[in-house]
Design a protein around this ligand. Structure first.
Ligand code: GDP
Length: 601
């Protein structure tokens, strides 16, 4: 342990694996982190776990004390575990490093009563996309009715001490979680049944409330990291540092500061750094390197303590000038003895990697961090929603202007993930008919937008449906001529389709339709009606023809659907038509196409 830095390290130059916690809201992510920290504080000597900015380090000896016989410290050379303090996929996606996830390993928390929920699924997708190994903490086992609590006990011990009924009920919940993991494409099992953690996900029953299973959780994380991640943990601890911005924060006495998680090398208070900003890399000098004051000294006025250097893995605050444009999720690189241009290029390249595929037609996307922007872009790509512009930042009036330049109405939209809508932007959007969607849950944004598009398309279809001339075939009934002409009034039976008022009608002679007039009114048992469906027997008035000359009893008449309408009906509305009307359309098209194969195409 290096006393000057508080970073836990071993002589071997192995850094601490970084652990993230994900899962659906209220499934117990925060409680689990608190419990891990709490157990570690109780079990370890005071101060053995160290509070970082944005993260908590639990050294190996504390892990082994909490885990008891499950972890023999002799078998490990990784120094411990670094937990990122902010759980959830937002911080996970924000914290990227060199194109991947910053976290080396993740805990997916699933409430045993609640099973997989939307954010569980989203977390799985994110973990899959970033290829991050994870374990499942099946949380809240203490809520199984009849559960006998054995505080902080290893799970197998407490599980086996339960009554058969309790155990059976827990098993059911656990197997349904295992089933849901399988549906998501992961093979999994209760962790103590697994030999191979590389191709299988370990499920660890835990209670963030009673601490049961926490020893197992720490043991499994430690074991996984030791076994499968050792190579990635081999770093040049004293080399120039590399990290990711967790947050850009105003801090009294320091101005804009960066909360950074460092995953490689060292940062020193004397270093020049290159930071990812809105308008490209920012080159600046560290003014102060800060860590939280130990708990005992918390009453002193200053919350932070200045240090000379900090080594990975660690969370820290960096104060430096010119950080106004720095972005959460962007890289931080120490220059030290390297060529400044090379480092700038590296940061540039990493920023460009996140650049989202955009086109001339599509929606505008705003997000609070680079990582979340990337996650949004992935989700939209999956849903096949095109993007015209994607940027980190609040929704501003110029975003609204941008959204008005699209051709398609459904793209006059801005999706904002975890950002504010600046006042004038909201007004402007309303005036210019641009829709703004906001949420801090990606799938809600995507689904909200998809629903909006569906609704809009449905309305558009309905409007077209209202105005389109629909096909119908009908026959003049024998002995039902009520008036010869001006207008002709006859009884008809609708053979197929929907007959509406104010449509042109005609008679086919072979494949040639001759227009005979216009159907003006429909009367059904003495009542005027707007439309009737197939099978109906009604009387109709037709302007134009004279019965006995142009039309006659027993004649089959057709609604003379204009070619353009026939095309819309066939290509866009076919699915909406009732079967008989589809048949009428088909017959109508076939007759025309025998004469002209391209009619209505
Ligand atoms: P998060 O939204 O995932 O961070 O969930 P929280 O940690 O805030 O927990 C949500 C609620 O579940 C809180 O009321 C917790 O007290 C409760 N909770 C969390 N873990 C457990 C557990 O293991 N057992 C019980 N009984 N309650 C829990």
């Amino acid at each position: 342990k290096d006393d000057t830095t508080d970073t836990i390290q071993t002589d071997a130059g192995l850094r601490t694996p970084i652990v993230a916690v994900l899962g659906h809201v209220d499934h117990g992510k925060t409680s689990l982190l608190d419990k891990v920290r709490g157990s570690a504080v109780i079990e370890g000597e005071a101060g053995a776990i160290t509070q970082h900015i944005g993260a908590t380090a639990v050294p190996l000896d504390v892990v082994s004390q909490v885990a008891g016989s499950l972890v023999d410290p002799e078998e490990f050379d990784l120094p411990g575990l670094l937990f990122i303090d902010t759980p959830g996929h937002h911080s996970f996606t924000t914290l990227r490093s060199r194109g991947g996830a910053l976290a080396d390993i993740a805990i997916l928390v699933v409430d045993v009563n609640d099973g997989f929920q939307p954010q569980t699924e989203e977390a799985i997708r994110i973990l899959q996309d970033s290829q991050t190994p994870f374990v499942v903490a099946a949380n809240k086992v203490d809520t199984v009715p009849g559960w006998q609590v054995d505080e902080d006990a290893p799970i197998k011990q407490t599980y086996e001490a339960q009554s058969d009924r309790v155990r059976q009920q827990l098993d059911e919940s656990l197997y349904s979680i295992i089933g849901e993991l399988s549906d998501a494409g992961f093979s999994s099992d209760l962790y103590w049944r697994l030999q191979n953690f590389q191709n299988n996900i370990g499920v660890i029953p835990v209670s963030a409330k009673t601490g049961e299973g926490i020893p197992d959780l720490l043991a499994v994380l430690m074991g996984l990291a030791q076994r499968y991640m050792k190579e990635e943990m081999e770093i040049d601890v004293t080399g120039p540092g590399a990290g990711t911005i967790l947050e850009v924060k105003e801090e009294q006495g320091f101005g804009k500061t960066l909360d950074v998680i460092l995953y490689d090398g060292t940062v020193r208070a004397s270093d020049t750094i290159v930071v990812g900003g809105q308008n490209g890399p920012i080159v600046t000098d560290v003014r102060a390197l800060l860590k939280p004051r130990p708990l005992a000294e918390i009453r002193t006025e200053k919350r932070f303590e200045k240090v000379d250097e900090l080594a990975a893995a660690a969370g820290m605050k960096i104060a430096a000038p010119d950080l106004e444009d720095a972005m959460a999720g962007a890289p931080v690189r120490v220059v030290r003895d390297r060529d400044l241009d090379d480092v700038v290029e590296e940061v540039q390249a990493e920023l460009a990697e996140v650049a989202v595929d955009t086109g001339e037609e599509g929606i505008v996307v705003k997000a609070d961090t680079l990582g979340s922007l990337e996650a949004m872009a992935n989700a939209l790509d999956e849903a096949e929603i095109p993007i015209m512009r994607a940027e980190v930042g609040d929704i501003a009036p110029r975003d609204v202007s941008m959204a008005t330049t699209v051709d398609e109405e459904k793209h006059r939209v801005i999706l904002g993930f975890n950002v504010d809508v600046l006042g004038d932007a909201a007004d402007k959007a309303e005036q210019q008919d641009v829709r703004i969607f906001e949420s801090d849950v990606i799938y809600q944004l995507v689904e909200g937008y998809e629903e909006f598009v569906e609704e809009m398309e449905r309305e558009q279809k309905e409007a077209v449906f209202e105005n389109v001339v629909r096909p119908a075939r009908f026959r003049i009934l024998e002995d039902h001529v009520f008036r010869q002409n001006d207008p002709a009034v006859v009884g008809v039976e609708v053979l197929s389709g929907t007959l509406k008022r104010n449509v042109p009608v005609g008679v086919f002679e072979g494949n040639e339709l001759t227009r005979v007039g216009s159907l003006k009114g429909i009367q059904d048992q003495g009542e005027d009606v707007d439309e009737v469906r197939n099978g109906a027997r009604v009387s109709v008035s037709i302007d134009g023809p004279t019965v006995g000359r142009d039309i006659d009893e027993g004649d089959e008449l057709w609604v003379d659907v204009p070619e353009k309408h026939a095309k819309v009906l066939e290509q866009e509305l076919r699915e909406e038509l009732p079967a008989d009307e589809r048949e009428a359309l088909q017959m109508f098209l076939e007759k025309h196409r025998q004469r002209d194969p391209f009619w209505g195409k």
